[in-house]
Write a protein that binds this ligand. Structure first.
Ligand code: 7TS
Length: 421
């Protein structure tokens, strides 16, 4: 495939360091067909496909190195422990955390937010206190806080957005009160694509001494993230949206906060000494990693990070921004298409509705052309309510998508409009 859009729009892959043909060749699934058509995979916000190196790393690990970690003196256990802990170091470097002990492995973003809600929230939030989120959150960044608030008698506050899907920063600032115990906000919205002004958000919260959790599930595959530069207190993300396996994710937390937090789950590995009377907990990060973890998928996540480091997150961001510009321009040419989420600062997600066509029908027709998009509420029902739509169709892009695929999508949408319009 060429690296130019059909309009000749320069999407300069090689001069900016991302060779999309080469990237595509690394992802075996991208060469399959669906319903006799080449797969056009545009459901990357739900989960991204995996490069060969990730698939191979997992098989290689099971075939050669697999054992349980942190407990055996035998060769395989030591080998598995080294490989697992090496990934912690890779994650630390990838997000520029100060220390490996600030990296906690969990199932994913959802579990990471639940950990903070239960552990930090349980210890620091009292009756009448407030947690501040935004109106564009995924259910994973709403429900754990609702559960905490119900349990404790605290109050969930919601910072509003405008009709472009942008956070209203002044209103956000006005909602920071001396009762606010934590701000938990998405770095990038999965339903709208909006990228939040997280540095300003963190600055405003920190002026009042309030810690900030960033839900990085969507942001991390699309841009370089530096947790020290952001100065966020917690950062949560999932491996599976970052070209790694499902079932493995990360909570970053500043060590001084993590040190002071009680464990989230009890069990093996998170202890130093146990008697029936009391338990002495392990040091960070093991205090938060009870039980046998997802060892092989952690190794797979390490391979995904290695892969991304060879490309460079700045190249990914630059390439995807051009793809987003291209698809946005093309989408706006279609009669009856309305974009849902038009923030000035957006990641490569296009949510839209078509006049007289239910999003599920859009998804079903596009599937006949081998095009995978998502139709639904995207686990962000309050966002749908705000825009007064039951659902949207969402095409979400990754570094392996091309302008040609955008053209195929547009052709598919023209067919949808013809059939239902
Ligand atoms: N936060 C955001 C912003 C998300 O987009 C998602 C998943 C999550 C949290 C939860 O991540 P998990 O890995 O723990 O499930 N978003 C989507 C989506 O948009 N379509 O499918 C999953």
């Amino acid at each position: 495939m060429s690296s130019l859009g059909s309009e000749g729009l320069a999407v300069g892959f090689s001069d900016r360091g991302l060779d999309v043909d080469k990237v595509r060749a690394d992802f075996p699934i991208l060469s399959r067909t669906v319903r006799g058509k080449p797969l056009v995979y545009l459901d990357n916000a739900a989960t991204a496909q995996k490069p060969r190196s990730v698939i191979d790393a997992i098989s290689h690990f099971y075939e050669n190195d697999y054992s349980n970690i942190h407990r055996g003196v035998h060769t395989l256990s030591e080998r598995s422990t080294v490989l697992y802990e090496e990934v912690r170091e890779k994650v630390q470097k990838f997000i520029n955390a100060r220390s490996e002990k600030e990296i906690i492995f969990l199932r994913g973003t959802t579990e990471a937010i639940n950990l903070v809600a239960q552990s930090y929230g349980g210890a620091n939030v009292g009756p009448g206190d407030e947690i501040l989120i935004s109106a564009m959150e995924h259910h994973s960044n709403i429900v754990p806080w609702q559960m905490l608030c119900q349990r404790i008698g605290a109050v969930l506050k919601v910072a509003p957005i405008n009709t472009d899907g942008e956070l209203l920063l002044d209103e956000f600032a006005a909602l920071l009160s001396d009762k606010t115990r934590l701000v938990s906000i998405t770095h990038m919205s999965n339903a709208l694509g909006s990228i939040n002004p997280v540095e300003e958000i963190i600055g405003l919260a920190h002026q009042k001494g309030i810690p900030v959790l960033l839900d990085g599930a969507q942001a991390i595959p699309h841009m370089a993230v530096d947790v020290q530069k952001l100065d966020c207190d917690f950062y949560a993300f999932s491996g599976h949206k970052l070209y790694g396996p499902s079932g493995i994710g990360v909570l970053y937390g500043k060590s001084e906060l993590l040190e002071a937090m009680p464990p989230y789950q009890g069990g093996g590995d998170m202890i130093r000494r146990v008697t029936f009377e009391e338990t002495e907990y392990n040091r960070l990060p093991y205090k938060f990693e009870a039980g046998t973890p997802n060892i092989a998928d952690t190794v797979g996540l390490g391979a995904a990070l290695d892969y991304l480091c060879t490309i460079g997150m700045d190249s990914v961001a630059c390439y995807e921004q051009q793809l987003l510009d291209y698809v946005t321009q093309k989408a706006m040419e279609l009669d009856g298409l309305r974009l849902v989420g038009t923030a000035a600062n957006k990641g490569a997600i296009l949510s839209f509705v078509l006049d007289k066509v239910h999003p599920h029908d859009i998804g079903t027709v596009l599937d006949h052309y081998g095009i995978a998009i998502r139709a639904g509420h995207h686990c962000a029902m309050p966002v749908m309510d705000f825009f007064q739509v039951p659902a949207t169709a969402r095409a979400s892009f990754a570094m392996y998508n091309t302008c040609e695929e955008v053209d195929v999508l547009m052709q598919g949408l023209k067919e949808v409009i013809e059939v239902f319009g």
